[in-house]
Write a protein that binds this ligand. Structure first.
Ligand code: C2E
Ligand code: MN
Ligand code: MN
Length: 403
C-alpha cells in the first residue's frame, strides 16, 4: 500500500546549498530504486521531509534516517496511507526555503510542485509542508536539552525507614513513589499506591468486591497510607492519595472521616492531594462537585489523574480546575519523537498555565522524554526514570545532574 510519512528534524550544521544538493542527489538515487519519492525542505536550521512509497520501504528509510548523525531531534509528524502520490514522481525533490523566502506560498514554487495534483490544499501533508515553508509553527521546534549532557545520580531517601518488623499487613499496604521537581532537586510529593497484603497490584485489592464494598474499602484503606506517611515523617512534603470519586460521594461523612484520619496521624490537610480519574468524576459530576467543595473547604487539594487517557478530560477540566493535572503515560511515552503527542501536550501545558494549574508528567522512563518535557515547561515528573514505587517506604531518587 502507498504510504506517506512526514518528519521534521534539526540540522547539526548549517549546510551550504551545494552540500544540500549533494545530500539530496545521494538520497534520490537510493530512494528511487525502492520506489520512494518525496520532498525535503530546509530552512538553514531545520529539515522537513515527506516520504511517499511502499509502506515497508518508507519505514526502512525512516529507521535509517533516525540514526543519521547529520540531524537530530527527529520527530514524526504524520504517517498515513494514500491513494496516490501527492508530490509527483520525481524522486526526491529539495526546496531550500532560504532561496524561496515565501516558500510554498510563492505561486511559482507551489505551482511547479503541485502541477497536476488537484484538491491538495485540504491535504494534511500539504498543510504541514506549507506551514513549515511559510515559517508558521516554528515555535513547535523547541530546542530541548541534549540527553547526553545529563547523568542521573542516585541520592538516598531523606525520610525515615518505617519499622516493618512489627508490622503485620492488614487488608492492604502502600507503596510510595516520589513526584519530583527536577529544577530544584526536591521531592514535591509522595504518591501512595495501594498494594495487596502480599504486595500485589491495585486490582488485587479491589478484586471480588461489590461496587459499594469497593468504595468503602478505598476510603478506609487511606488510613494505612496516612500511617505510613506519619511513620516515615514526611515533614513538609505532600502526600498524594488515589480515590474513586464515588468513594467521596456515596459514603456518608467520607470527607470528615478522611480529615480525622489525617489529623490522627499528625498530618495537615494542606499536605494531602486527592488524585481522581476523569471517568467517574464526569459521569456523576453534580454529586462530585459537592464533595469537591468540602475537600477544598478543609484545605486538601485535588489532582486530575491520567489526563488524556480517558474520554472526558477536557470536559472535566472545563467544569472544575484542579491544583494539579497529571498527564497520562500514554501521551508521555516517546514524546521526543512523536509530533502529534507533542502538539497535544503543548496545548495542555498552555491551557494549564493560563489557569494556574501545575502540570505533572506521569510515566517518564527515559532521559530523552524528560529533556523534551522539561524544555516545554512541565513542572513536575513521576516515573521509573527517577524512582519506582517502594513498598512501605520511600525509594532513592535518581536526580539529573549536568555532565
Ligand atoms: P496511577 O494513580 O496513575 O499511578 C501510577 C501508576 O503508574 C502506578 O501503578 C505506578 O507504579 C505506575 N508507574 C509509575 N511510574 C511509571 C513508569 O515510569 N512506567 C510505568 N510503566 N509505570 C509507572 P500501580 O501502582 O499499579 O497503580 C495503578 C493504578 O491503580 C493507579 O494509577 C491508580 O489509578 C490506581 N490506584 C492505586 N492506588 C489506589 C488507591 O488507593 N485507590 C484507588 N481508587 N486507586 C488506586
Ligand atoms: Mn494516581
Ligand atoms: Mn496516573
Amino acid at each position: 500500500m502507498l504510504s506517506i510519512l512526514v518528519y521534521r528534524s534539526r540540522s547539526r550544521s548549517s549546510m551550504t546549498p551545494a552540500e544540500l544538493n549533494q545530500l539530496v542527489r545521494t538520497a534520490r538515487g537510493h530512494n528511487e530504486a525502492v520506489g520512494v519519492t518525496g520532498i525535503l525542505l530546509f530552512d538553514g536550521e531545520r529539515f522537513l521531509q515527506l516520504l511517499e512509497g511502499p509502506e515497508s520501504e518508507v519505514q526502512a528509510i525512516y529507521e535509517r534516517l533516525q540514526n543519521d548523525p547529520r540531524h537530530y531531534q527527529v520527530v514524526k509528524l504524520l504517517q498515513d496511507y494514500a491513494p496516490r502520490r501527492r508530490f509527483g514522481q520525481w524522486g526526491m525533490r529539495m526546496i531550500d526555503v532560504r532561496t524561496h523566502p515565501q516558500g510554498l506560498a510563492d505561486q511559482s514554487v507551489s505551482g511547479s510542485l503541485l502541477r497536476g495534483i488537484t484538491a491538495l490544499t485540504n491535504d494534511r501533508a500539504f498543510k504541514i509542508t506549507q506551514a513549515f515553508a511559510t515559517g508558521h509553527g516554528q515555535d513547535h521546534f523547541t530546542e530541548s536539552s541534549d540527553p547526553e549532557q545529563w547523568c542521573f545520580t542516585t541520592r538516598p531517601s531523606p525520610f525515615a525507614q518505617p519499622d516493618v518488623s512489627s508490622h503485620v499487613p492488614e487488608l492492604c499496604q502502600f507503596a510510595l513513589q516520589p513526584i519530583v521537581d527536577t529544577t530544584n532537586g526536591r521531592i514535591s510529593s509522595l504518591e501512595a499506591l495501594i498494594r495487596s497484603r502480599t504486595g500485589g497490584p491495585p486490582q488485587d485489592c479491589f478484586e471480588g468486591l461489590t461496587q459499594e464494598q469497593r468504595y468503602l474499602f478505598d476510603l478506609e484503606s487511606k488510613c494505612q497510607a496516612f500511617q505510613l506517611a506519619s511513620q516515615i515523617d514526611i515533614g513538609a512534603c505532600k502526600l498524594s492519595i488515589n480515590l474513586l470519586p464515588m468513594s467521596l460521594v456515596l459514603i456518608p461523612g467520607a470527607i470528615n472521616h478522611l480529615a480525622e484520619q489525617v489529623a490522627q496521624n499528625g498530618l495537615k490537610p494542606q499536605q494531602i492531594i486527592v488524585e481522581i480519574t476523569e471517568e467517574e468524576a464526569i459521569s456523576h459530576f453534580d454529586d462530585f462537585q459537592a464533595a469537591l467543595k468540602q475537600l477544598r473547604a478543609i484545605g486538601m487539594s485535588v489532582a486530575i489523574d491520567d489526563f488524556g487517557a480517558g474520554f472526558a478530560g477536557l470536559s472535566l477540566l472545563s467544569r472544575f480546575q484542579p491544583e494539579k493535572l497529571k498527564i497520562d503515560r500514554l501521551l508521555i511515552t516517546d514524546i521526543h519523537r512523536d509530533g502529534p503527542r507533542q502538539a497535544i501536550v503543548r496545548a495542555i501545558i498552555e491551557c494549564c498555565r493560563a489557569l494556574g494549574i501545575t502540570t505533572v508528567a506521569e510515566g517518564v522512563e527515559t532521559p530523552e522524554e524528560w529533556c523534551w518535557l522539561q524544555a516545554v515547561g512541565i513542572d513536575l515528573f513521576q516515573g521509573y526514570l527517577f524512582a519506582r514505587p517502594k513498598l512501605n517506604g520511600v525509594p532513592a531518587v535518581a536526580w539529573p545532574v549536568p555532565v
